[in-house]
Design a protein around this ligand. Structure first.
Ligand code: TYD
Length: 138
């Protein structure tokens, strides 16, 4: 499986009508896990790089519910960038994938759905350590 196949861009149904848009994301249906945690990032700007980690246990879906940002995704071998710029699109990030979020517009609200409760111990925040755990570097 390629990295892009492992981290698909997801499009959610729009149940909107004349009154406005409505996007629903049901855990284990529209996304491949049950949602245990939700957090959102805003007030970052175009100079900021966030993320810069991989997670041993957590899976995520990232959605810009307002504004836009970019996510660089890598497994240490391949990499690609997803531009998040629509409230009905997201990207799925499985365990052990390294991600950087950047290019935040001033109105960006980046919603993150996670499969786990927060546990700092499952984060790999050092890229060399990540490459070692991936068996890419000694
Ligand atoms: P950090 O992992 O740097 O955020 P991001 O991945 O979005 O760039 O987290 C910033 C701080 O917030 C850090 O001290 C850990 C804490 N935090 C929690 O306590 N719970 C959470 O769910 C998250 C995502 C972060």
């Amino acid at each position: 499986m390629t990295l892009k196949e492992m981290c698909p861009v997801l499009y959610f149904g729009d149940l909107g009508d004349k009154r406005g848009k409505l996007v629903v994301i049901e855990g284990a249906q529209a996304i491949p896990f049950d949602i245990k945690r939700v957090f959102y990032i805003y007030d970052s700007d175009s100079t900021v790089i966030r993320g810069q980690h991989a997670n041993r246990e957590s899976e995520f879906v990232l959605i810009n519910v307002a504004g836009q940002s970019k996510v660089r995704i890598t497994d240490g071998r391949e990499e690609f960038v997803v531009g998040l710029n629509k409230p009905m699109m997201g990207v799925y990030i499985p365990k052990m994938i390294w991600k950087d979020m950047y290019g935040f517009s001033s109105d960006s609200v980046l919603l993150v759905l996670a499969s786990t409760h927060y546990d700092d111990k499952e984060y790999i925040r050092n890229y060399d350590e990540y490459l070692k755990e991936m068996g890419i570097k000694k």
